[in-house]
Write a protein that binds this ligand. Structure first.
Ligand code: FAD
Length: 313
């Protein structure tokens, strides 16, 4: 099924929902480790999972393999990220056909980052300059077959001329047929809330799901924040500095921030969350346990909340 249909059901039932994002591992051994982890993670009943895609198609085979295994072996609805950097119409068409032939229906349509070593993006095929071009292409060639998600940036995309310009381009992606928005990580709940309000004011009505990074060390969170132009709020940096040499404490703090983001959003009626789990399981399990959310009813994918004091094994 399409992820957007599952989300609509959850929203209609006022049930919270969440997704886990993975990146394709480099070796067979690491891939097997991710599959083993999925055995355990699926007990947490995410609404869906995603697998990232190396810009220019550098991870195509591995990304497809992981998506297919999650979807067809684990029975986990899984979304494939697809970038149009360094791709042309023929390679994109071929890939979409391949995705379809594997009965996969969910795509996160992206422009992609410039290839490693390059700071500016130069489109290989003039037809694919921006993610919106990919959204239009998918709709034109495949109608409503795919659920299409797109990326949003609560603190604006690094290259965008302004926050307002970036929002305008986000709206273009929705108008071109995208079904939902998943955002870049954001460490400030009020910033995310403002972004949602600004989107709504522009007439964007689809689900907007905050990306929540479960980081595990001080250098890593700084590297990712810098690369994506995301601010680390002053209070967060102060705390991080106190614990920077203790990865377990940093990881526990990431869980605190994740819980805070979810609770802040839930208090404002938002129900969907996207966890960047970095192929790991402990932090996301702890986060969901803290929220009282582990979901054991895989068959019906409903949400039997934990009783007070009960913990997820
Ligand atoms: P776009 O929506 O095309 O926007 C890119 C820039 O162009 C923005 O500054 C926008 O304002 C501007 N723009 C858009 N349209 C126009 C226009 N018509 N005229 C002028 N300017 C315009 N990268 C990967 O390589 N693989 C992944 O798997 C991956 N997964 C991601 C998942 C999420 C949830 C997010 C948030 C990002 C992900 N990325 C991934 C990173 C993403 O590829 C980069 O952020 C990339 O630089 C922009 O992609 P986009 O789809 O947002 O681009």
């Amino acid at each position: 099924p399409k992820v957007i249909d599952i989300i609509r059901q959850r929203l209609a039932a006022q049930q919270p929902f969440y997704s886990f994002e993975f990146f394709p591992p480099k070796t067979d051994e690491q891939t097997q480790a991710v599959y083993n982890r999925m055995d355990s993670l699926k007990q947490l009943c995410p609404c869906y999972c995603d697998v990232t895609f190396g810009a220019g198609g550098s991870t195509t085979a591995r990304s497809l393999q992981v998506v297919e295994t999650f979807q067809n072996y684990h029975g986990m609805e899984t979304m494939l990220h697809l970038t149009c950097t360094n791709m042309n119409e023929e390679s994109i068409s071929r890939l979409l056909e391949e995705v379809k032939s594997r009965h996969l229906q969910n795509i996160l349509a992206l422009r992609g980052d410039p290839p490693e070593g390059q700071t500016h993006f130069v489109a290989t095929d003039a037809r694919f300059q921006y993610a919106v071009d990919l959204v239009r292409f998918i709709r034109e060639k495949h109608g409503d077959y795919f659920n299409i998600a797109v990326a949003g940036y609560p603190e604006k995309h690094l290259e965008a001329a302004s926050y307002e310009e970036d929002l305008k381009h986000l709206k273009e992606k929705i108008d071109a047929g995208a079904d939902m928005i998943v955002t870049q990580m954001c460490f400030s709940p009020p910033v995310f809330e403002k972004f949602v309000n600004d989107c709504r004011a522009l007439g964007i009505q689809c689900p907007i799901i905050p990306g929540i990074l479960l980081f595990g060390n001080y250098a890593g969170v700084h590297r990712m924040a810098t690369l994506s132009g995301v601010a680390i709020p002053e209070k967060m940096e102060e705390r991080l500095l106190q614990i920077k040499d203790d990865n377990a404490a940093v990881s526990a703090y990431a869980v605190d921030l994740a819980v805070e983001m979810v609770q802040y959003c839930m208090a404002r009626g938002m129900l969907g969350f996207h966890f960047y789990v970095l192929n790991l399981e402990k932090a996301v399990k702890t986060t969901l346990t803290r929220l009282g959310w582990p979901i054991i009813n895989q068959a019906s994918r409903t949400l039997p909340f934990l009783e007070p004091g009960q913990t997820f094994q």
